[in-house]
Design a protein around this ligand. Structure first.
Ligand code: NI
Length: 399
């Protein structure tokens, strides 16, 4: 393969298609749908694929789609590319022509960008299918934002089989990263995220007579403070861990001790063994402390997504390929990020690389974070995103 020539072809196609990719993004942005309800989004993607002359696709996990683009010698190797397609329950505050027309629902995490970008990638790869060997498997995935995560459902329904991909790439917008740049991190990258629901039941009564009560507020407060020892004293300092409580409901009054307190929080880390151990230790500590103080503690921890580990070699190779595509100055190294992402499920099964696409533009005032009502992107990112992903797939198929 003549690397320079192929990159040149991809860049030309990405540029030729860029206005359509922007239109696709704006259409999807204007018509956002919540997790696992992406019915019209799925139909739109199918229509666009047909417009591009791509008809080898089927639905999966409800609103999901699997698309095959076969090059020469299609059985040689399979590389998968994934985009998530769902939106969030947020009311958009941007004043743009393509503002959400679905009141209270918004593409505030850039999944409209991932979807339209992957449509652009599909179109590029379809044009170049006589130039590469192997098959590219494109995954349009529903329900990234909602447990159990569309990725886990697609895997259950066999998305990683027939044909089996050797590896998978996922792309996500990053609002801290200027448009024109991409970021990579081999190894541990994102955290597992588990939800904690605690009820401490004591005995309420008049605040003037504490001897007649069992005060769940004091006991719950002790529990919160004590649990911080899990991350500061019990966790291996080499494994990042976060324990945060964001909700503490005690509905008494200045002179009323309530019967119960409810607290809610999140536990995040980057090691499956430690994750399991921490769950057991937290539960034991909370229940034991409550009991010692005469109360009852119900400690419920619900598992969310696993931690996300990028395959070392695949990611280093992808970074090198990105440098070939964008230049050294536009490829950055990423830090560990304690948010969670259901792409992590794929990383448990095959070599995977989840990387970041810069979308920030301070000159244009595009600086809002994801999951905010003013999130937006510099749309020049779409030409970069669609071309880069096509190049990542083709260079990986060459190996
Ligand atoms: Ni997202």
């Amino acid at each position: 393969m003549n690397k320079v020539a192929v990159i040149g072809q991809i860049k030309r196609l990405a540029k030729d298609f860029s206005q359509d990719t922007i239109k696709d993004r704006q259409h999807i942005h204007a018509h956002p749908e919540l997790s696992f309800k992406e019915y019209n989004t799925s139909k739109y993607i199918q229509q666009r694929l047909l417009d591009f002359g791509i008809s080898d696709f089927q639905t999966i996990a409800g609103t999901g789609l699997v698309v095959l683009i076969k090059g020469k010698n299609p059985d040689k190797k399979v590389v998968a590319l994934r985009a998530d397609i769902d939106a969030l329950p947020i009311k958009e505050q941007n004043d743009v022509p393509y503002k959400s027309t679905n009141e209270g629902v918004m593409h505030a995490c850039g999944h409209d960008v991932h979807t339209s970008s992957l449509l652009g990638t599909a179109r590029i790869l379809n044009q170049l299918k006589d130039e590469f060997e192997g098959t590219v498997k494109l995954l349009f995935q529903p329900g990234e934002e909602l447990l159990p995560g569309g990725a886990s459902l697609m895997i259950k329904e066999g998305v990683l089989e027939n044909p089996k991909p050797a590896n998978i790439f996922g792309q996500h917008v990053m609002t801290f990263l200027p448009v024109g740049k991409v970021g990579f991190r081999p190894g541990m990258y994102m955290a597992s995220a588990d939800e904690i629901y605690v009820t401490v039941t004591g005995k309420g009564g008049h605040a003037a007579m504490p001897d007649n009560n069992i005060d769940p507020i004091v006991i719950a407060s002790h529990i919160i403070v004590a649990l911080q020892q899990i991350v500061s004293r019990v966790a291996n300092p080499k494994i990042p861990s976060v324990l945060s409580f964001g909700k503490f409901i005690a509905e008494g009054a200045t002179n009323v001790i309530p019967n119960e307190v409810k607290i809610e929080g999140t536990f995040r880390t980057l090691n499956e063994e430690w994750r399991q151990k921490a769950h057991e230790k937290m539960k034991k500590m909370a229940e034991g402390m409550a009991e010692a103080m005469g109360a009852v503690c119900d400690f419920d921890i619900r598992k969310g997504y696993p931690y996300l580990k990028n395959a070392e070699t695949l990611t280093l190779d992808a970074k090198a390929a990105a440098i070939d595509y964008l230049g050294e100055e536009n490829v950055v190294d990423l830090d560990i990020w304690m948010a969670a992402e259901d792409f992590a499920f794929y990383t448990q099964h095959i070599d995977a690389c989840f990387y970041r696409l810069g979308v920030r533009n301070e000159d244009k005032g595009i600086v809002s974070g994801v999951h905010t009502p003013t999130f937006n992107i510099d749309e020049n990112a779409l030409e970069i995103g669609s071309g880069m992903m096509a190049w990542l797939a083709i260079q990986e198929l060459e190996k």
